[in-house]
Design a protein around this ligand. Structure first.
Ligand SMILES: *[C@@H]1O[C@H](CO)[C@@H](O)[C@H](O)[C@H]1NC(C)=O
Ligand SMILES: *[C@@H]1O[C@H](CO)[C@@H](O)[C@H](O)[C@H]1NC(C)=O
Length: 525
């Protein structure tokens, strides 16, 4: 395989007047690994099909004290708290990717895996939504959890569960969970209509609950405040939920809601340079712009006017990523070209930006709009995708450190990911109990690489000068989160499909089909 590829590359160099070939990445492998990552983060009873075999059952009594079955769901990062808000955002982003790029994902043979990854989250949300106006928000708490360094299988920390209800509301959490279930209902519509309908039912109830009983969830569940406090409040999540419900049901009432509340809730007002589990305005604005761009339904003059305002803000976000706004309102970049928002887990903002740029490029193209108008000039629609590709390629190793920030991809990647389970001997290999602080003494403080490679995790990533320190204690850079990887699933699916198109165009004269550089990359991975 290697020798054929090299022959191919050589012949390309000979044939082309000015060779511009750079080693492309194997996006298919990146896609598969990204989806596999979610298996490492599973809580609950693992199925026999579990492919991340260094993990085992955990959290099997979650909810028992409260008399509710809260077994399942995802750990958010390197610890074992089940935080509802980032978990729901993760599932929304996985579902958005699958809703946009379902065909590309299926062509890469990953349809079943991505559905499983989404369902692992939505099954948990179904359990956690025990009554119309009750949603379990969190299991475990950050303070006691972080006191220990243990495998999830050995967990001895308190598993207190916290809920929101009519007395203790949480419109942000209810809204995000509604968005996740509505988005997932679109993905399951064909393969499992019954499940899709169930998710939609929960989504509608949760949206009503969040809208009727308004408040920030971190006021009701104070334990969450220093970990996933809702800085942007709940208005963005209510708009987000309404737009997802509109997309899932086609019902006019949800669009009317987003239009009527555009100003008051800030959807048409905020120009924001980041998109995250907390701050959703850019995502809302892109979703709203799609309705206008794709003209999928008749719109009143007022709808059009307000959607146009949403669109202007969406494009402000896109232009800020492209460095095309007037100064002061662009996203910083590292010397190596990575978007930079802030030092702690910067990669989360990179992956959400790569996702929004990728789909916005597709929306513009589908609307036959050839360019985007930014303050600093017009940008061809294709450039959005090209820029998203630079960010994906940076993540995969095209960066000053020559390091892939997608764990398990390429030859060099972080080996001391800040992750309890990955940093300790696999349960399968040694079932002897490892105590709370014993893990710190025997595993956390070791210099050696983690014994388990947490394939597909995207770590927090480098700092403002591209600097990165691969140390377990450097959690700002080496901890991985589910919401870092989730948006990249759609991006890798799109890039893989484009790379396949490139390959099929790359046949050489004389019948020798050039396998091209991405096959070379396949050898490396
Ligand atoms: C804005 O741009 C001008 C001209 O390009 C430049 O002189 C000025 O320093 C910039 N201001 C900021 C805040 O970056
Ligand atoms: C496909 O080919 C074009 C033209 O050579 C290149 O600019 C682009 O980056 C390629 N895309 C992928 C995903 O490999």
């Amino acid at each position: 395989m290697v020798s054929i590829s090299i022959v191919c590359l050589l012949s390309l160099f000979l044939l082309l007047p000015s060779p511009t070939i750079t080693a492309a990445f194997n996006y298919k492998s990146a896609l598969s690994k990204s989806i596999l990552y979610f298996e490492s983060q599973r809580s609950g009873h693992l199925p026999h099909t579990q492919r991340a075999t260094w993990r085992h059952h955990s959290g099997l009594a979650d909810g028992l004290q409260q008399g509710v079955d809260l077994v399942g769901g995802y750990y958010d990062a390197g610890d074992h708290v089940k935080f509802g808000l980032p978990m729901a955002f993760t599932v929304t982003m996985l579902s958005w990717g699958a809703a946009e790029y379902g065909e590309e994902i299926a062509a890469a043979g990953e349809e079943r895996h991505v559905l499983e990854a989404i369902k692992w989250g939505t099954d948990y949300f179904v359990k956690a939504h025990t009554e119309a106006n009750v949603l379990w928000a969190e299991v475990g708490d950050g303070d006691t959890d972080h006191y220990c360094w243990q495998r999830p299988e050995d967990m001895t920390t308190p598993r207190q569960a916290y809920k929101i209800d009519t007395n203790k509301p949480g419109s942000d959490l209810a809204g995000e969970t509604a968005a996740a279930m509505a988005a997932a209902s679109i993905v399951f519509r064909k393969s499992d209509p019954h499940y899709s309908h169930l998710l939609l039912h929960h989504a509608q109830q949760l949206f009503e609950f969040g809208d009727k009983y308004r408040g920030n969830y971190d006021k009701s569940v104070e334990k969450v405040r220093s970990f996933y406090g809702s800085v942007s409040g709940y208005m963005d999540e209510l708009l987000w939920a309404a737009l997802w419900l509109h997309r899932a049901t086609g019902k006019r009432e949800y669009l009317d809601y987003a239009v009527a509340n555009g100003v008051f809730f800030g959807g048409t007002e905020w120009s924001i340079k980041e998109f995250s589990w907390d701050v959703k305005f850019a995502g809302i604005q892109v979703l709203a712009a799609k309705i206008l761009l794709l003209k999928e339904e008749p719109l009143t003059e007022n709808h059009q006017k307000v959607l146009q305002q949403y669109r202007a803000k969406a494009e402000h976000y896109i232009c800020s990523c492209l460095n095309k706004n007037n100064n002061g309102s662009n996203v910083l970049r590292t010397p190596g070209g990575l978007l930079f928002v802030r030092p702690w887990n910067n990669m989360q903002y990179v992956s959400t930006a790569a996702f929004l740029l990728t789909i916005y490029s597709d929306y513009l193209t589908a609307a036959s709009e050839k360019e985007l108008h930014c303050y600093e000039g017009t940008v061809p629609a294709a450039d959005l995708l090209d820029f998203a590709k630079t960010q994906a390629d940076y993540i995969l190793g095209n960066n000053p450190n020559g390091l892939s920030y997608l764990v398990g991809f390429g030859r060099r990647y972080p080996t001391r990911v800040h992750h309890r389970g990955a940093s300790m001997v696999a349960y399968r290999e040694s079932q002897g109990f490892i105590g709370c602080t014993q893990g710190y003494d025997e595993w956390y403080s070791r210099r050696k690489p983690n014994p388990n490679v947490i394939v597909g995790a995207i770590v927090g990533g480098p700092g403002l000068r591209d600097e990165f320190l691969d140390e377990r204690g450097n959690y700002m850079q080496t901890e991985a989160c589910t919401y870092n990887t989730a948006p990249m699933v759609g991006v890798f699916a799109k890039l893989n499909s484009l790379a396949q198109t490139n390959l099929s165009k790359g046949s050489l004269p004389g019948g020798l089909k050039c396998l091209g550089s991405s096959e070379l990359a396949a050898e490396q991975n």
